[in-house]
Design a protein around this ligand. Sequence first.
Ligand code: AMP
Length: 194
Amino acid sequence: MAVYADKKVCVFCGSNVGDDLKMPVKMQQLANYLCAHNDTLVYGGGRLGLMGKIYQDIIAQGGKVIGVIPEILKDHAVRPVGQTTLYYVSDMSARKQKMIDEADCFVVFPGGLGTMEEFFQVYSWFQLGLVQKPIILVNLDGYYDDLLKFLQHSAKTGFMPKANVEALIVGNDFEALFEKAADFKYVKANKWRN
Ligand code: AMP
């Protein structure tokens, strides 16, 4: 079984914890996978919600973190300890660009609007070939079922290639998800039909 080791894994997730107690438990599993495989967490540098949870879970195991915090959110930043590098950037766009540049792959965990904004930035650049790295969607308890339904609808009605829906790595089990990420090869789908 291929493992995803010695990589930089960018995690987009809620700055809230959410109401489902399974969310922080699942986050702990993600932190465990990253630490067990010497991966570095790349994330938004926040201390709140699931963002803060993964930070604490990784640092508690002596893992490595790169955080990227924009000026507007500097009061929400973690206090960097252990193997943490915290970059301060001017704005949200610079932050996203930095996270995209640093990462080898993207993990979209349950979250709200900020998480969706980051997901769609990376995914829309994926269809243009500007991002050619694997994108994992963690569909815990069907959290992203409706999003996936929308993407399938978009493909069915001619607004995006079906191949790009199928290119997303979707599931719940990190061993299986990261195995697919390790084997991932980018193929640029034809977005425009004519
Ligand atoms: P949301 O899903 O709306 O909670 O937004 C989470 C995403 O937006 C994260 O991946 C962060 O990059 C960014 N973000 C939103 N709120 C914060 C915050 N308070 N501190 C740090 N980053 C945040």
